[in-house]
Design a protein around this ligand. Sequence first.
Ligand SMILES: [Fe+2]
Length: 320
Amino acid sequence: MPERRPKQREGKQYDRAAEDLGNIVALEHVNLQIESQELGTLFYVSGLGLTRDPYMMTSTDNMWVNVGASQFHLITGAPQHLRGRVGLVIPGRAALLQRLERMRGPLAGTRFAFSERDDHVETTCPWGNTIVVHEPGRFGRLQLGMPYVVFDVPPGAAPAIADFYRQIFETDAAVDETGGMPAARISVGPSQELVFRETAGKLPAYDGHHIQVYVANFSRPHRRLLERDLITEESNPYQYRFETIVDLATGKPLFEIEHEVRSMTNPLYARPLVNRNPAQNNRNYVPGRDGWVAEPMEVGPMGIGMDAPPRAARSRQAAE
Ligand SMILES: [Fe+2]
């Protein structure tokens, strides 16, 4: 029998691990109660230029707002406050600033605010939540979406939070010491991260807002959470919930944030979301341009294309 030799590898060699994803494959929604659907519409739809989901939750007690492949879920109720901030990518900074400017009157008397920074626009919703808007370019191929959510956590919590996600969820997690305070950075999608930034300030009590993620392996995280008595809801065959991130060595609670954990077999997974082109109006209407369309992105040092640097190198952008 002739010895079977491995086929000669030809061409350029690649770091194949650079495109690995962890077990959390998508951060889909952030759920916040809001006091008024009218004020919510003015901020999220008219101001930020996002799109109300036309198919689901179309009454006045809840609104789903699309931002690329992610959403805000905005239920009418006592307003909830995310202890941190939500990062978005929305193209067109000048148009965004114009839209926000037009909301000053309609949102007067609320906590609505916005300010221009070097590389982003910081906005405050009518109830005080901070939403940071970046232009495309820093978050891989993401041109409209939710690249990160930052949570403020107690001092000393970041390493154990990174360990929690690594061991329970089998996803990439690292402690970033480059900011003023350490942060746990958790990979939750190709260009998405949860960031748990330690803060010396006093943290408000948790008021029950939640986030939702999709996972590839659904049962192993469930088994590990169940072993530690951390499952809070067995929602249905495709979803469970937990709320407390603990130190796996001591069992001590580190941070509370409800996660809806969904399987990729959930019927809602990768549901196509409608995203409009917010530049369309009845005075400058261009037929055929109602839907938002991604632009070709420049291939540069951090650019996109088959010759761009690998994902792992790109994903080190700071959610600061
Ligand atoms: Fe949810």
